[in-house]
Design a protein around this ligand. Structure first.
Ligand SMILES: [Zn+2]
Length: 176
């Protein structure tokens, strides 16, 4: 599965292209709206490694990587943020849903592992794409294994490319 780097950059970039402009004009140019919130939502699914470390029971890529949890989580986050930011629940729900779904999308197209329990609790089967885009990261080999080099280079290139597109897009908008 991709590292937090690819997930964070994807969330950040999505926030630049999705209709957050309307949100920003209503609640101001606050960095936590444009940077922190998209990044946190885009990486949130992988917080399931915490109960796995504590209990030793396998949680990773289970519940938090399911479509049901994605919907419920987005509904709750959207509700909380609409209350805090005094902004449209529908827009915040949809925006959170897209950001959270970006995580599942990246994981789905990653090599290695069993995949995700996408349709939990209806089935505990794991799903992943037969065609992978992201190379696998072998966590079991420790932090400093040379096999991490390929995913590191791939994700860094992916991130630089995405951020370059955002920089180009913002430059074009400012010049108009
Ligand atoms: Zn994940």
């Amino acid at each position: 599965m991709p590292s937090p780097l690819a997930h964070s950059v994807s969330g950040y970039v999505l926030a630049k292209f999705l209709p957050l402009d309307k949100i920003s004009s209503d609640i101001g140019n606050k960095w936590h709206v444009h940077i922190l919130y998209p990044i946190l939502v885009a990486v949130a699914a992988d917080l399931d490694f915490i109960p796995q470390i504590i209990t030793g029971v396998r949680f990773h890529r289970g519940l938090t990587h399911s479509l049901t949890f994605t919907l419920i989580c987005s509904a709750i986050i959207g509700l909380l943020l609409s209350y805090l930011w005094k902004f449209s629940y529908k827009q915040l729900f949809l925006f959170t849903l897209l950001l959270y779904s970006s995580h599942l999308c990246l994981d789905f197209f990653t090599n290695g592992g069993q995949g995700m329990q996408l349709f939990f609790p209806f089935t505990t089967s794991y799903f992943k794409s037969p065609v992978a885009i992201f190379p696998a990261i072998h966590h079991s080999r420790g932090l400093w294994d040379y096999s991490h080099l390929l995913p590191l280079v791939f994700e860094s290139t992916y991130s630089v490319l995405l951020l370059s597109v955002v920089a180009w897009y913002q430059g074009r908008r400012q010049s108009q």
